[in-house]
Design a protein around this ligand. Structure first.
Ligand SMILES: *Cc1c(COP(=O)(O)O)cnc(C)c1O
Length: 423
């Protein structure tokens, strides 16, 4: 592979073209292994950023794409429809929390967040309350890289403060502190409640990642907190947007993280694992009330329509992925991964440089006290045959659900050895 060309000419996510960090050439991927061009297979601990639930080169998913390709890879969604989209939207309505009956198919997670925000604003406009146009987001949140989504990311720890002047100004509440599994005391939600009470005339919605804050800190928080946010939204007439782009499809131990609190948001965003890590596709679902409000409004339509909306190839592989997930013992698998991560990462709790070790569902997180040398740590992990992508103070694993006990043991022992040495 022409890695020299890559270094000079190709942007990678959040990368420099002057001093690019190493990128490793992948020849193929199979099961839970990523095979480098001239190396052994690395055990994948990232699921390619939450997406490859079933691992790689999955026969059922390949088959679905092959069959669909022979019929049509794509047709426009304006004025046309097709079976893969209808089947997918039916399934999404069925498996997501109750009341989310209307589906907008988008191209990527960030775009589905744009769509969700636009739904909220168009809804309030239609209700004769165009002043309700601001969002209340949580610190440590992450909702994507496009401008609307960026404006809801944590303004301090987020990666977007450079653009602060160009972004819509929203309100931010402190990140929830109550750990998962505990009851939320009043003081943990007080500031959020005050912000809502004081600004309800300007607020369209609360936007949050339920239970698991992902790229903004890999934090897990109380289902009771989430339940209370839902109640406050109802009390003050705000919408709740749940961004489940990372947590959707079982990652936190429930099919959707909202299920831990038994709540339904007004708008839900999905992405990442939607196609089992094969193609880019996302969705924003909303309730009947929101959809009907929007369509009874001045515009009479929802004002969005991407070129590749409802791409049949992506929809068909999403259908196959959801079917594969539902027909698998995913809940047992995720619970077993949680238990193994909890037990096997525990030795790091007392390691000198480690601030915290936590696991929820198929997510294991080691938080260091100081930012680590991510390039060096990654190199050391690769030497031990595993693929992880640490950032800042965080080294975390979210493997495909199909990972074997042995492979997961190799993954966690690599983390324990490398991070033990770092500290
Ligand atoms: C990844 C992510 C996004 C953005 O999705 P992209 O597909 O990268 O645009 C938004 N919200 C959350 C919670 C995410 O994890």
């Amino acid at each position: 592979m022409d890695l020299e060309f890559d270094r000079k000419h190709i942007w990678h996510p959040y990368s420099s073209l002057i001093n690019p960090p190493p990128v490793y050439p992948v020849a193929r991927a199979e099961g839970v292994r990523i095979f480098l061009e001239d190396g052994p297979g690395l055990i994948d601990g990232m699921s390619s950023w939450w997406s490859a639930l079933h691992g790689y080169n999955v026969p059922e998913l390949n088959q679905a794409m092959r069959e669909q390709m022979d019929k049509m890879s794509h047709v426009m969604f304006g004025g046309l429809t097709h079976e893969p989209a209808i089947e997918l939207c039916k399934k999404l309505v069925e498996i997501t929390p109750p009341g989310l009956n209307r589906v907008f198919l988008a191209d990527s997670g960030s775009v589905s967040v744009e769509v969700a925000i636009k739904m909220a604003l168009q809804f309030w406009h239609s209700q004769g309350k165009p002043g309700k146009s601001k969002l209340l987001a949580l610190r440590n949140g992450y909702h994507g890289d496009t401008f609307g989504a960026m404006a809801t990311c944590d303004p301090v720890t987020g990666m977007h403060h450079l653009f602060a002047g160009q972004l819509s100004q929203h309100l931010f509440a402190p990140a929830p502190q109550t750990p998962f599994g505990e009851t939320c005391p009043d003081e943990d939600i007080r500031e959020l409640e005050q912000l809502i009470a004081q600004n309800s005339e300007q607020l369209a919605a609360v936007i949050l990642e339920p239970i698991v804050q992902g790229a903004g800190g890999m934090r897990f928080y109380s289902a009771d907190y989430l339940r209370r946010v839902r109640a406050l939204c109802d009390e003050y007439d705000l919408l709740l947007i749940a961004d489940e782009i990372a947590t959707g499809f079982g990652r936190s131990g429930k099919m959707f993280a909202c299920d831990h609190a038994a709540i339904s948001p007004d708008i839900l965003t999905l992405g990442k694992a939607l196609t089992g890590g094969t193609m880019t596709l996302a969705a924003a679902l909303c309730s009947d009330r929101i959809a009907e409000g929007i369509c009874n409004g001045e515009a009479g339509v929802f004002m969005h329509g991407p070129t590749f909306m409802g791409n049949p190839l992506a929809c068909s592989v999403a259908n196959a992925s959801i079917q594969l997930l539902l027909s698998s013992p995913w809940q047992e698998r995720v619970a077993a991964i949680e238990q193994q991560l909890t037990e096997q990462l525990a030795p790091l709790k007392t390691a000198p440089g480690v601030a915290d070790v936590r696991a929820l569902g198929a997510i294991g997180v080691v938080e260091m006290r100081e930012p680590i040398n991510t390039v060096k740590v990654q190199e050391a992990l690769i030497e031990r045959g595993v693929w992880l992508r640490p950032f800042g103070k965080l080294v975390y694993a979210m493997p495909p659900y199909v990972i074997s006990k042995e492979d997961l043991s190799q993954l966690t022992s690599a983390m324990v050895n490398v991070l033990g040495e770092v500290s």
